[in-house]
Design a protein around this ligand. Structure first.
Ligand code: AP5
Ligand code: MG
Length: 189
């Protein structure tokens, strides 16, 4: 099983590169952001709860997120592996993921950290906000998401280094060039 954590700040290209990885390696994809946006669209109770956090650029509580993740993971049948996009985002989530995989005789194979400077992140997300209208892609909320990323999520870089799973990926450049670097890192495993 190939279990990949794709990691990076908001707008670093996690979703973009996940689609390509899924296609090339035949993995299942869990984007916790996409799961929550679908719940909001369908007007579920979970969606109503999630919307309050997402619109403020804040994280959904760990316990809720961990339950959602496990149920999506267990819905995959005969999986070759999973790409985790936007999860984990806190140390508690990383520990929960490790335990969840261990309970199923699996582990994270690699953590890919897409590094992109802040001005480029802002440019990408403002542009997407104008084109697609994602509710949290406005300057004020993007700034909050970046603060949350630095305080709660970036500490996972050292956590995965200690686990021996960390792989830095230069996240600026063409989507193809970045994908080539990702493929090279995966094929070395
Ligand atoms: P989530 O949906 O995960 O959003 P995010 O982390 O803020 O990241 P994005 O999806 O905005 O960016 P991305 O890295 O996927 O980049 P993309 O490929 O789209 O989470 C949203 C919210 O949900 C959170 O704020 C939180 O509230 C909640 N949530 C989600 N997971 C949670 C969790 N685990 N725990 C608690 N709460 C959670 O690219 C961005 C743009 O850049 C696109 O327009 C793309 O076309 C463009 N682009 C991509 N690559 C390049 C390139 N190489 N050059 C130029 N442009 C590029
Ligand atoms: Mg995304």
């Amino acid at each position: 099983m190939l279990n990949i954590v794709i990691f990076g700040a908001p707008g670093s290209g996690k979703g973009t590169q996940s689609e390509r990885i899924v296609e090339k390696f035949g993995l299942n994809h869990i984007s916790t952001g996409d799961v929550l946006r679908a719940e909001i669209k369908n007007g579920t109770e979970l969606g109503k709860t999630a919307k309050g956090y997402i619109d403020q650029g804040q994280l959904i509580p760990d316990a809720l997120m961990i339950d959602i993740l496990a149920s999506v993971f267990d819905s995959f049948k005969d999986s070759k592996g999973v790409i985790f996009d936007g999860f984990p985002r806190t140390i508690a989530q990383a520990e929960a993921l490790k335990q969840m995989l261990k309970d199923r005789n699996q582990e994270v194979s690699i953590m890919l950290d897409l590094e992109v400077p802040e001005d480029e992140l802002m440019t990408r997300l403002i542009k997407r906000g104008q084109e697609s209208g994602r509710a949290d892609d406005n300057e004020e909320t993007i700034k909050k998401r970046l603060v949350v990323y630095h305080s709660q999520t970036a500490p996972l870089i050292d956590w995965y280094k200690k686990e021996g799973k960390y792989q830095h990926i230069q996240g600026v450049g063409t989507m193809d060039a970045i994908f080539n670097d990702i493929v090279a890192a995966i094929e070395k495993l």
